[in-house]
Design a protein around this ligand. Sequence first.
Ligand code: GDP
Ligand code: MG
Ligand code: ZN
Length: 235
Amino acid sequence: MQRTASIGTAMQVIAANVDMVLVVTSIKQPAFNNGFLCRVLAAASWKELKATIVLNKMDLAGSQDEKLKNRIMATYGLEGAGYPLFPVSCVTGFGADELLEHIKGLTVVMTGPSGAGKTSLVKYYNPSLDIRIGGLNPKTSKGKHTTVAARLIPLKNNIAIIDTPGLRMFAIDHIPRNELQFCFPEFRNYLDECRFRDCLHLSEPGCAVKSAVEKDAVSEIRYGEYVDFMNEKIP
Ligand SMILES: Nc1nc2c(ncn2[C@@H]2O[C@H](COP(=O)(O)OP(=O)(O)O)[C@@H](O)[C@H]2O)c(=O)[nH]1
Ligand SMILES: [Mg+2]
Ligand SMILES: [Zn+2]
């Protein structure tokens, strides 16, 4: 499993040096993707890295997208899964000061779908930087892979930011099946209350995680992604 080994090594190198993972997503172009976000959050949690979510391109949000934004905040934000979440726009600067304050003095690594605006965010904070911003493929609205290697960029306020070409190091295939549950922080309150000690929160009777989902105390979206990931792993 060469691939898993190199992912693990890259993650170790990064994990040893950074204070936080900044997961840069966008409300649209490319479309917001729960599966992607949950994957990265789980991978960060596995490495005991703090994660913050950036929801970029809010300047493109119409009224339907505002509803989507509220759902994303309820699902992932402090009231939901518990992650700090910042809706921003690299075009208008909306939310940028709050985000900058949040990462003050930290070394952060950025990850996120290609085209979500990672490089644009760095460029917003430091316009004099000579870095390339990718266009969107006009046919697919997907980003082109413009950032070719991970690089550490100093910003103001003692911030160092690592721009990455993609998300390859945020795979979750190396997380053991019975430990993935611990990578969903909002599940933790319920894990001790399941009827069976080895409950994997799938179809076991008396599962406290599932009843929390039924009571809306745990997001159905997050739980659904957990179940999907579990089904991807060999039983
Ligand atoms: N409308 C809008 N476009 C943005 C925003 N941020 C980035 N973009 C555009 O999205 C495309 C991809 O940006 P880039 O920073 O290269 O994304 P990266 O692949 O995540 O580094 C570029 O065309 C940017 O101009 C934003 O906040 N609003
Ligand atoms: Mg980039
Ligand atoms: Zn359970």
